[in-house]
Design a protein around this ligand. Sequence first.
Ligand code: UN1
Length: 506
Amino acid sequence: DQLRALAEQVNAAATGPWRATPLVPGASVSGPDIAVTNPADRRQTVGQWQAADGATVDRALHNAVAAQPAWDRTPAASRAAILEHAADLMEQRMPQYIALCTREAGKTIPDGVAEVREAVDFLRYYAGQARQQFTVDALPGPTGESNTLQLAGRGVFVCISPWNFPLAIFSGQIAAALAAGNAVIAKPAEQTNLIGYHAIKLMHEAGVPEAVLQFVPGDGATVGAALTADPRVAGVAFTGSTDTARAINRALAARDAAIGVLIAETGGQNALIADSSALPEQLVKDALASAFTSAGQRCSAARVLFVQEDIADKVIGMLAGAMAELTVGDPGLLSTDVGPVIDTDAKCLLDEHAQRMQGAARLIAEAQLGPGTEHGTFFAPRAWELQSLSQLTRENFGPALHVIRWKATELDQVIDAINDTGYGLTLGIHSRIDETIERIVARANVGNVYVNRNQIGAVVGVQPFGGQKLSGTGPKAGGPHYLPRFATEKTVSINTTAAGGNASLL
Ligand code: UN1
């Protein structure tokens, strides 16, 4: 009932068309309007946005460099209070932000709720971390000397965020960079500029100075590339594809400037390993949630279910039954389980994958598209049975699950095959045998392991999230090591006696 009331508020708040323009003090923007259409019905225009041109990018960098020192000198507790104020405002305006998420990003209402909550959590978490970590405590040392370790902002941070968490990851990256004392230039994925714009406006309203947090929308090839190549940028926080992370890393390294830091969260080829002691109902429920929530458009989503042969037929049968019950359709309706994929390109890639699977794999199930989906970019959730993991040559970002059977003697080979994908993000385990769980946890090179539960929806501060190898640089978002990566460290040693020398060596 609460959700129903919220859904009504969300629909009432869908007051578009929305509009997004660069937010760069002193820049005059005159680009053409680019239309945003609703993923669930491409005939509906949700709003318009304008890209930043070269002069706007340059102006943003100039503003950021000028504004950063004063922001950095603002006490961390004051910066934290502003972020907490932003969290309060976002929480109060939840229906508006959910409305934006359903209309621009095709998110279901429960996903929209989770999205806003996570954004709020990130704002509060990094504010709290800044209060704790940006204090100047004396380090242990000899008498006659005072030693402190001081954290400060690195300078100008560029935050490049993905369309699949257009408010949560966007706000999280920005909150961390700001909390640490950096000026921020935010460039969201092109698909979700309206959400990004409205999040930035809210942070300005909460008290972040306009030159300290600027909004510079555009495509990766021009605006993203211009930002990451510029020597005025101290670091980049990026969530998106592994290839783009590599390109950003190369751009940062190629500059004739201080070595820039890259904090990247990238892709995955995430597996779920179930042995014959798994509880089939629980397993199928969690596999379904892990593979198809958010239309499978999470880097944490399960892509491959390795099921031990003894229970495989039963599990596959139950999975097919459960998939037949999925409601695929309008994300604005509470009855919908799976909404559209983000755009035509995403749908084409999934259609291509389905074609490749034809003949190469056995189709286990294909969910039905509901009524009213013909004008949207929908992909019917599908599951195939494969012979081996090597049949998957790339991350398939959508509602596509693959099932592989394994024999009792093959556990180590299964884990090695998962490691050999090169990715290392999430791993699910369903087993009632402690030794098996421990053996998998020890051998798997992944960032987040989930046992006997679904493997999505990491909670800020509770389940720090992020991967290894091709899946990202770390440190983990929503964890205690994230914020310091946005900061420089300065050790200050003061002789408090009248004699010269080095008290530490006495
Ligand atoms: C992503 O999909 O880009 O745990 C990463 C989760 C989310 C995943 C975010 N935090 O499902």
